[in-house]
Design a protein around this ligand. Structure first.
Ligand SMILES: [Ca+2]
Ligand SMILES: [Ca+2]
Length: 309
């Protein structure tokens, strides 16, 4: 354990102390994070870079999602159908890709503002720096990725719906909370829980657990998934690349290679996951998983994907 607390070598690799401390809190129970931390304490950049990528000081830290397969449930016919009805379609990812460990934070967004690449948001991004950046339109998220791509020379972009699902699910189940038992969801993310209702009194149903967070929370405060991603459950919803596709009755339109689905209404773009306002009773139907690309919501942010050349 003494070596695990040697944070400076990790910081020299560009992993922030805040995030390291969160990792270390959970390292014992998570083999993926254990690998990451051991790589850090050995200051072995080559070994660590196999697991975590950070292309600049202000860039999001990334984990590599290996090639593989996932079953996606595609609702039949129209986008208004329920998400939990439809056909399973096998999607195969032939190549690995890198995705943000965390939702993009205010600190990272502010670096983009300072550099002239991003819009000022309607709140002060110098505050709450480790909170996810929200109230961001799909178009603004794209500008951030364009700025990051130009800055680093790598292709940064939003995930497709299927890339997001594959990375977020990390081997768990298919439903909104990845088949986690309702009483256990608060271990994995910041949702509309008993604390939120007690303080906010929105008179909404709550999940049957207490995550201790009234509203939006700093990234990385809950358990990561098996790929090492944080907050894939709760905190902020996350934009994706896909257009709102009506689908076919046999679901044959869904790209089976992990690409975004660009058929349909591309003024509506996908978002996935759940948020601090999410409770069980408002499980998303498919039409609710897309939003006007100009909209900005207090519980909608994003997570970047970076292609691996
Ligand atoms: Ca909460
Ligand atoms: Ca999230």
């Amino acid at each position: 354990m003494r070596r695990i607390l040697d944070l400076e070598s990790c910081e020299s690799f560009g992993i922030k102390r805040f995030h390291l401390l969160n990792m270390i809190k959970r390292v014992i129970s998570n083999p993926v994070l254990c690998m990451l931390t051991v790589a850090c304490i050995n200051n072995n950049v080559n070994a660590a870079s196999d697991q975590i990528i950070q292309d600049c000081d202000d860039c999001p830290s990334l984990v590599i999602i290996p090639a593989g397969e996932i079953d996606i449930r595609v609702p039949p016919g129209v986008i208004g159908r329920a998400h939990n009805a439809g056909w399973y379609t096998r999607v195969s990812f032939a190549r690995a890709y890198a995705i943000g460990v965390f939702e993009v934070t205010n600190e990272q967004w502010h670096a983009c503002i300072i550099a002239g690449g991003c819009d000022q948001l309607d709140y002060d991004t110098t505050l709450n720096q480790q909170y996810p950046a929200t109230k961001i339109s799909w178009q603004q998220a794209r500008k951030y990725n364009q700025w990051l791509s130009k800055k680093t020379g790598y292709n940064y972009r939003l995930p497709s719906n299927t890339e997001w699902e594959y990375a977020a699910r990390a081997g768990r189940g298919m439903n909104r909370y990845f088949n986690v038992l309702p009483q256990d969801i608060c271990d994995l993310g910041n949702v509309y829980d008993q604390t939120a209702e007690r303080i906010l009194a929105y008179n909404l149903d709550t999940l049957p657990c207490d995550d201790g967070k009234v509203s939006l929370a700093p990234v990385g405060e809950f358990e990561p998934n098996a790929f090492g991603l944080y907050d894939t459950i709760g905190n902020a919803f996350e934009w994706t690349e896909d257009c709102a596709s009506p689908g076919n009755f046999d679901a044959s339109g869904l790209p089976t290679n992990g690409d975004p689905w660009f058929v349909g209404d591309c003024s509506l773009r996908g978002y996935r996951g759940s948020s601090w306002l999410t409770n069980e009773s408002t499980y998303l139907i498919e039409s609710d998983r897309f939003r006007d690309l100009t909209s900005s919501e207090e519980d909608l942010g994003f997570r970047v994907v970076r292609d691996i050349p």
